[in-house]
Design a protein. Structure first.
Length: 552
């Protein structure tokens, strides 16, 4: 018994909950129905009046005695019939609401011969029309409502004028005509009122469930990623996979092909590279078109086709100027791979020709440039020689410039050269300025030339014994300080009998390892020469000035 009572209680609770949930919906639906009946009622009454008026006029037409009266009655019958038809259409439009307007607006037009030209862009136009259909329809309804309200205002004005004239009129014929005109304008006011009701109902239907901008945006994005977003993703994957697989297959062919193994940069290899790239691009584009076709996305397919047509049309005028560049890329132009070229005042090796050509200078820090092929068109290269240097110096070389700058190269790049001078100071030159100063590279060996003179009293042995004594003294002193391997040769030769001395020219050749001792070596040589003169009692002359007294 207790179980039956519990079951009954649960059933009663469930029914009560369902009733509470259903009651607001029923009340809401009832209010909507009552609200929809009001405009229908405004149309039913004038519709009934128009139908009865048509029947009455038909009876008057049958009883008319003359042809003129029948013609006049027929015109009034036609007018009332048209008004009844219009009122009935308005009645049905209110019943159908927005669905009726959308149903009537749905049509399938067959393309004519003239329209076949525009069939390609039809999907795009359809998407644009569909995206803007709701705002356009709502705007059209609001304009129709405003127009109907304006017509109703005008009919009210005319009826008010007719009423004032009828109140003042006394002639029965005039009053009859005023009544006839009033009936006409009453019908027009009813027609305008029905149009107002139709437009109001349709506007209310469209604005009742109108969503916010954020909801529309989020819904649109969600729909896009569910449909066209997935299509785009599949198309990109198909294009990437097709391009990648094509390039991998061609890479394998290059690896096993004897033509490519024999000479990787020959004409046949370059032609095959370009053909393989073109095939990979065509396969990628074909993959995109195939995905859109299989997925039935005609909008994206149309956009791709239009893009390809545009590229082909532009290529008709854009490709010919690139033929010379293609010839250059095929290594058939004035600039060829593994040849020497001068660019920006510096020598470069053409490492690779392509849409971006690679120039290399192995002696420069950062000595690799990527240059667009269009900038290479006016250049000319030549075969390289193995002995040709790529730059006058290397990093850590010691140089002497024509402006007497002396130091060690610590940085040399296509832009600048930095020299570390003795004492730690750094001097920076733009690379072009550095080359214009004719750098003397001391790191591969150098010669020091010094002039030294002795007195004329040693004239008897100035060309025989004295040069040999100087050579031996210099050689022993320099070997003692720097070792035999660093001293290449020492020569002392009689140079000239000058005005006040017998001059010798000392030619000392050193290994590049002593480049950083360039200035100290000059001082050392002079010091040894003076010590040798002191040791052998040779006088070092000084410049003598002879004064001549003029005759008076």
């Amino acid at each position: 018994m207790r179980g039956l009572l519990l079951s009954a209680w649960f059933c009663f609770s469930a029914v009560l909950v369902i009733a509470q949930e259903t009651l607001p919906a029923v009340e809401n639906q009832s209010s909507v129905v009552e609200k929809s009946l009001e405009p229908l009622q405004t149309i039913v009454e004038p519709l009934s009046t128009a139908i009865s008026q048509v029947e009455k006029l038909r009876a008057d037409y049958a009883a008319a005695s003359t042809a003129d009266i029948k013609q006049e009655i027929q015109l009034r019958i036609d007018s009332e019939r048209e008004r009844a038809v219009q009122l009935r259409e308005n009645f049905r439009s209110i019943l159908g609401g927005s669905e009726a307007a959308e149903y009537e607006g749905t049509s399938f037009e067959s393309a004519t011969v003239q329209e076949q030209i525009t069939e390609l862009v039809q999907p795009i136009l359809s998407e644009i029309r569909e995206a803007t259909s709701a705002p356009r329809e709502l705007d059209a309804l609001r304009k129709a409502l405003a127009s109907a309200m304006e017509r109703k205002r005008k009919t009210d004005t005319v009826l008010d004028r007719i009423d004032r004239l009828k109140a003042a009129a006394t002639d029965p014929t005039l009053i009859a005509e005023l009544d006839s005109a009033r009936r006409l304008w009453v019908g027009r006011r009813s027609e305008a009122g029905s149009q107002i009701a139709v437009a109001s109902v349709q506007i209310e239907d469209r604005t009742r469930d109108q969503r916010s901008v954020w909801e529309k945006l989020s819904s649109g994005l969600a729909n896009f990623f569910r449909s066209r977003g997935m299509n785009l993703l599949f198309a990109i994957l198909a294009a990437g996979l097709g391009f990648y697989l094509t390039r991998k297959v061609y890479s394998w062919i290059r690896h096993v092909s004897p033509v490519h193994k024999k000479n990787n940069g020959n004409f046949t290899g370059r032609i095959s590279d370009m053909i393989a790239m073109a095939v990979a691009c065509f396969i990628a584009i074909g993959g995109i078109i195939l995905v859109f076709y299989v997925r039935g996305d005609w909008l994206l397919l149309t956009l791709v086709v239009i893009f390809l047509i545009g590229v082909a049309w532009a290529g008709k005028t854009a490709i010919p100027p690139y033929l010379e560049q293609i010839k250059m890329i095929l290594n058939l132009g004035c600039v060829r791979e593994d040849e020497r070229i001068i660019y920006a005042g510096l020598p470069w090796r053409v490492k690779k020709l392509g849409f971006y050509t690679t120039f290399v200078n192995p002696s420069l820090l950062g000595g690799e440039l990527r240059i667009p092929i269009r900038n290479v068109m006016e250049m000319v290269s030549r075969p390289m020689e193995a002995k040709e240097p790529w730059f006058p110096s290397e990093a850590d070389d010691w140089v002497m410039l024509s402006d007497e700058t002396y130091g060690k190269i610590i940085v040399q790049s296509p832009d600048q050269v930095v020299i570390l001078r003795l004492g730690g100071a750094k001097k920076t030159f733009p690379t072009q300025d550095y080359l214009e100063l004719a750098p003397l590279n001391l790191s591969h060996g150098f010669r020091i030339t010094i002039k030294f003179g002795i007195d004329y009293r040693h004239q008897a042995t100035c060309t025989t014994e004295i040069p040999e004594i100087f050579e031996q003294a210099l050689l022993m002193a320099l070997i003692h300080d720097h070792g035999r391997d660093a001293i290449r040769s020492i020569k002392v030769e009689f140079a000239a009998a000058s005005a006040s001395s017998l001059d010798y020219e000392i030619l000392a050749d050193f290994d590049g390892s002593l480049a950083q001792r360039y200035n100290p070596l000059k001082r050392k040589i002079n010091c040894v020469c003076v010590d040798t003169c002191n040791e052998h009692g040779w006088n070092i002359p000084f410049t003598q000035i002879t004064i001549h007294q003029a005759e008076t």
